[in-house]
Ligand binder design. Structure first.
Ligand SMILES: [Zn+2]
Length: 207
């Protein structure tokens, strides 16, 4: 369900594919635009995203184990070892998922707004942490900075924003990511996936 509106900076015609998207990056002037209760306002800059070969591309659906995902937003983050992309994607039911792609390390996760707060002091590398009734191990501790944005997103993201994150690995390929910034903690939960099982679908005409 596309909704059309104009960029408040350059007047370019924009649309969002998901009604719940709160931010859209303008491809014409690189502004980011916030949409709240039908109010359209300028947020910041989307920056320039260098093209890198990836299994995932905006507007090109992929299939994984019989489920299809359509990436509609791409956020790039830098961290100590380089960078990775977070794709905001629609699943077959129209719900949103985050797909993080760091070369061959790919995880599909959903936000867990009801996650119990975990004290950051307990998240040392290698520590065991209980989450949602299961035992996880802290496998990555780092901080990330937002470097570039394009497409649309369910939340406001800003270039240069930095947050601390922790990846927790659990049974059956489960992965929990915890992010901390001045607003507190946010949690996403999902699984690592096998990149060899990801299939790109043909690009639809007219999209
Ligand atoms: Zn614009």
């Amino acid at each position: 369900m596309a909704e059309d509106f104009n960029c408040p900076n350059c007047g370019g015609s924009l649309s969002r594919k998901m009604r719940h998207s709160k931010m859209v990056a303008c491809p014409y002037c690189e502004s980011t635009v916030l949409l709240e209760d039908d109010v359209v306002k300028l947020a910041g800059k989307g920056g320039v995203m260098s093209e890198e070969p990836s299994l995932f591309e905006l507007g090109r659906a992929v299939e994984y184990q019989g489920n299809s995902f359509m990436p509609i937003g791409q956020a790039r983050f830098s961290y100590a070892n380089g960078w990775w992309d977070e794709f905001w994607a629609l699943d077959g039911k129209g719900d949103g998922v985050w797909i993080s792609v760091d070369e061959g390390d790919i995880a599909i996760q959903r936000r867990d707004p009801d996650a119990e707060m975990i004290n950051e002091a307990n998240l040392k590398l290698g520590a065991r942490v209980s989450f949602d009734g299961e035992l996880f191990r802290v496998t990555e501790v780092d901080s990330a900075t937002c470097e570039a944005l394009r497409g649309e997103f369910p939340e406001e993201l800003s270039l240069g924003d930095t947050y601390r994150y922790y990846n927790l690995s659990g049974p059956r390929g489960r992965v929990v990511s915890l992010e901390y910034d001045e607003d507190g903690m946010s949690a996403s939960e999902g699984e690592w996936i096998d990149p060899y099982e990801v299939r790109q679908q043909a690009i639809e005409a007219g999209s």
